[in-house]
Design a protein. Structure first.
Length: 320
């Protein structure tokens, strides 16, 4: 049924995920939802030097929030910080250089961050789509290390700090591509069979949805959400999906349009009136499975995912 799932997802995307889909959906937005002052609140955005991460950080900065940019590349990160400060006039922008594919670095960062800062909102935006199977210095498949394990460690390491905050939130940037994937816990690092970077990425994004649902049940004092930004014109899309970009470039959303729902989930009062653990697109909760797609997974598979990630997490915590 994979051909069916892919076909339905692409047709759905042509209709909803493009700039036209955003423009149609935005007619029903309430602008007041995001016209808020968040001075005094602290936001951490991973992958914040470009694309949706930078667009999100900039809009939070415009609203007075303290923003922590977590980026891998120091030069690009410093340029992004300078741009955000210049355009918003907000001086409360802080930079942290962390490689989200390196679990030891995440643990070291998180432990120091908890001692030095408060945190109200975590935005897991960093991600990658590597089209050939590459291993990190720790022997981890790079997509899994960044998109899944990195997101898991960053979130669980900062949960104790978030639990001290009023109106704490965690938002994870996923993808509609996860709709074509059923959770597969038998090959988390994609070592079996042919390697398809697009499908590995989609599997990671399905894993992020499962993580969000599980975290929402485990941590009732934090509002968790996961979202699809639509198909946006970002540096990551241009570099990782050049053929898709050439085919769709005239229909792609802007970075700001892709970031809109992240911002809404991060700052609006309306977002937390909805249950924790939902998947969002254009400020609305949407299903996490296509009709007839058979992508639901049994609870024991979800539990296995959490167990494996926790084992990895503790292993690298002890090393760090």
């Amino acid at each position: 049924m994979s051909w069916y799932r892919n076909a339905v997802w692409f047709v759905k995307g042509l209709r909803e995920y493009t700039r036209g889909g955003y423009e149609s959906a935005s007619k029903h937005f309430n602008p007041a939802d995001v016209e808020v002052d968040v001075a005094g609140r602290s936001f951490l955005v991973t992958g914040a030097n470009s694309g949706i991460g930078k667009a999100t950080a900039k809009e939070i900065a415009r609203r007075g929030g303290t923003v922590h940019l977590v980026c891998r590349n120091k030069e690009r990160a410093e340029a992004a910080k300078e741009e955000i400060v210049t355009e918003t006039g907000n001086q409360n922008i802080f930079l942290h250089i962390v490689d989200i594919s390196n679990p030891k670095e995440i643990w070291k960062f998180a432990e120091k961050f908890q001692n030095d800062h408060k945190l109200d909102v975590l935005i897991n935006n960093a991600g990658c789509m590597v089209n050939n199977r590459e291993l990190t210095e720790d022997g981890l498949e790079k997509n899994f290390a960044t998109n899944t394990l990195g997101t898991y460690i960053m979130t669980t390491a900062l949960v104790p700090l978030l639990e001290k905050a009023a109106d704490a939130r965690v938002i994870t940037v996923s993808s509609g591509g996860m709709l074509v994937q059923k959770l597969n816990v038998s090959d988390l690092q994609s070592g079996n069979g042919p390697f398809d970077g697009t499908m590995v990425y989609a599997q990671n994004k399905r894993q992020q949805v499962v993580l969000t649902e599980r975290w929402a049940k485990a941590h009732r004092n934090i509002h968790f959400s996961v979202m699809h930004p639509g198909w946006a014109d970002t540096p990551a899309v241009r570099s990782s999906m050049p053929d898709f970009y050439e085919r769709m470039k005239n229909s792609l959303r802007t970075e700001a349009q892709g970031a809109d729902t992240v911002l809404w989930l991060a700052v609006s009062a309306e977002a937390t009136k909805l249950p924790s653990g939902l998947f969002f697109q254009d400020r609305q909760p949407v299903p996490t499975h296509l009709p007839l797609a058979y992508t639901h997974s049994p609870p024991e598979d979800e539990e296995k995912l959490m167990e494996v990630l926790e084992e990895f997490s503790q292993k690298f915590k002890s090393i760090s």
